[in-house]
Design a protein around this ligand. Structure first.
Ligand SMILES: Cc1ncc(COP(=O)(O)O)c(C=O)c1O
Length: 367
């Protein structure tokens, strides 16, 4: 089966994690500190704080930006739930803005239409590995005194105008979950240039304890610490991130070339500027209904190709938000795109021969 996601763990990861296991120092220690140094350097930021998930990184980042009760946070409904739930965890009100059809990322114009004096932060998602429209988003945010917490959980290594994700927003969250472009099973990292955000998020991941002073709890915090075992794996993965991303981009380019002959689907743009690292390669099936899409996925599955639905339901229409009064029509583009998307495999374990096989089967089905 050509799977949608597959971790790529090499000998270096196995060697390094074995060394940690043999050392007896399993919890947060020197490996976590080493990962933080290497990750900050890679992103071009002053600071990186390792935590135990991307969700924790977003939670810590929003907290450090001062989000709390009564604040509004603007988010995209076309993402994974963890782009949205940390705002709720902090007692803030979630406001959904619509996406742009081309990029499937949050649309700055929709954000501008929904921003208010109470908006404390915006969480743009670099969806499927594509950097959001950062320049326009900064303009909207600054004009309205809102902070930017970039959700780059799917976009490690992507860049915009020569600047890597991680260095674009006031703070940026990454995930190292098993399906991501680099992984350590579960894990997350927050990057920033702000000393205040750095210090606050380090406290937040460790029960709100004052740095270096045991049992001195300054504020509410959590156990969001990463282990040295996870960090050891992530350090080695980071040395290969660019090579693995290049493989994804090469696969995506070939697949888009092959699929360009069909008018039944829209392939994602493959920009040459590094702004897309293809965590997912997601096409839009035009005019599809739910049944046709399920048929398409089953057709590919029967031919040994796994296809997936990211995301079949916009977050504002899930029960948790429907109960809070969110309704159909609130984000019409996200609602339509959610019915059209299908993701196809392009990860580094997929060869160009596999890509040709995938393209042939997709074209056979859609015409
Ligand atoms: C866009 C997005 N945001 C946040 C997260 C949360 O990351 P994690 O699963 O590491 O908590 C994910 C990962 O699944 C994601 O894809």
């Amino acid at each position: 089966m050509l799977t949608l996601n597959q971790p790529h763990i090499g000998h270096a990861e196995i060697k390094r994690v074995t060394r940690v296991l043999e050392s007896g120092q399993l919890a947060q220690g020197v490996e976590v500190a080493e990962l933080e140094r290497a990750f900050a350097m890679y992103c071009g930021t002053k600071y990186a704080v390792a935590v135990n998930s991307g969700t924790a990184a977003i939670h810590a980042g929003l907290h450090a930006l001062g989000v709390g009760q009564g604040d509004e946070v603007i988010v995209s409904p076309f993402s994974f739930i963890a782009s949205v739930s940390p705002a709720l965890m902090l007692g803030a009100k979630v406001v959904f803005a619509d996406i742009s059809e081309d990029s499937m990322c949050i649309d700055p114009a929709s954000v501008a239409a929904r921003i208010t004096k109470r908006t404390k932060a915006i969480v743009p998602v670099d969806l499927f590995g594509k950097v959001h429209d950062h320049a326009r988003m900064v303009e909207v945010a600054h004009k309205n005194n809102a902070a930017l917490l970039d959700d780059a959980c799917q976009a490690v290594g992507a860049s915009m105008d020569g600047h890597k994700t991680g260095s674009l927003g006031d703070a940026t969250a990454f995930s190292l979950y098993a399906t991501k472009n680099i992984t350590c099973g579960e894990g997350g990292i927050l990057t920033t240039d702000s000393k205040d955000i750095y210090e606050c998020s380090r406290r937040f991941r460790n029960h709100g304890q004052k740095e270096g002073v045991r049992y001195e709890y300054l504020e509410l915090g959590y156990n969001y610490r990463m282990t040295d075992m996870q960090a050891a794996i992530a350090i080695e993965q980071l040395t290969r991130v660019d090579v693995m991303n290049e493989h994804r981009v090469r696969n995506a380019r070939r697949l888009s070339e092959r699929l360009s002959t069909s008018v039944a689907l829209v392939a994602p743009q493959v920009p040459a500027d590094g702004s897309h690292v293809f965590h997912q390669y997601t096409v839009r099936l035009l005019g599809a209904d739910a049944r046709k899409r399920e048929d398409f996925i089953a057709y590919l599955h029967a031919r040994g190709i796994q296809a997936g639905l990211y995301y079949a339901r916009p977050i504002h229409l899930t029960p948790m938000f429907a109960q809070r009064g969110h309704v159909v029509g609130e984000c019409p583009i996200a609602e339509r795109v959610a019915c059209e998307v299908v993701s196809l495999p392009v990860h580094p374990g997929i060869t160009l021969k596999d890509i040709d096989y995938i393209a042939t089967n997709v074209l056979e089905y859609v015409g």
